[in-house]
Design a protein around this ligand. Sequence first.
Ligand SMILES: C[C@@H](N)C(=O)N[C@H](C)C(=O)O
Ligand SMILES: [Zn+2]
Length: 188
Amino acid sequence: MQQIPGSIQECYLRESAADRLLQAAENLPEGFFFHIFDAWRPYEVQSALYQDFKMKLEEKGLSGKHLLETLNKYVNKPSRDSNRPSNHLTGGAVDLTIATDNGLLPMGTDFDDFSEASKTDTYEKLENPTKSEILYRNNRALLKEIMENAGFMNYEEEWWHFDYGNQNWAARTGNIAFYGGIHSIEQA
Ligand SMILES: C[C@@H](N)C(=O)N[C@H](C)C(=O)O
Ligand SMILES: [Zn+2]
């Protein structure tokens, strides 16, 4: 993320989301820990990610409705609107995986692989999964279970993305969102 203008090296979350993440980490099996890819994002970074993916889709020949659907599925539209701030602008979204001393657990795709294979339940639906596919399925299920038990909700299109307290979380849990957008760390 360092090459993106406005990006920061530290990962920030709202205090109550961070507390829940700590609780989730404590429930990981012995020898497992979280590897965090991304958490709070400034608007400029969300915009840069959005524009970058849009360009990649255009290069692939996508346009119109199909382009917009694909774009908005994998990168939330940059928004400072207090009624609908982008997920990561709220400090209530985190992108993460599980690791051991040997590295990241295999999940079947890389982080930010914007394809169908990143759908969390991809490996649940296979009739005759291979050994590797069973491993991916179990690793994704472990991440989802640990995070959801701590109060987060997974975004079904991305096995690595979890929300708490924001609009995405509210839409999936039937609760009311209580985190708005944070525009700068100084403001938080
Ligand atoms: C860009 C990707 N890591 C991500 O976080 N996607 C979701 C949908 C988002 O931008 O909120
Ligand atoms: Zn995310």
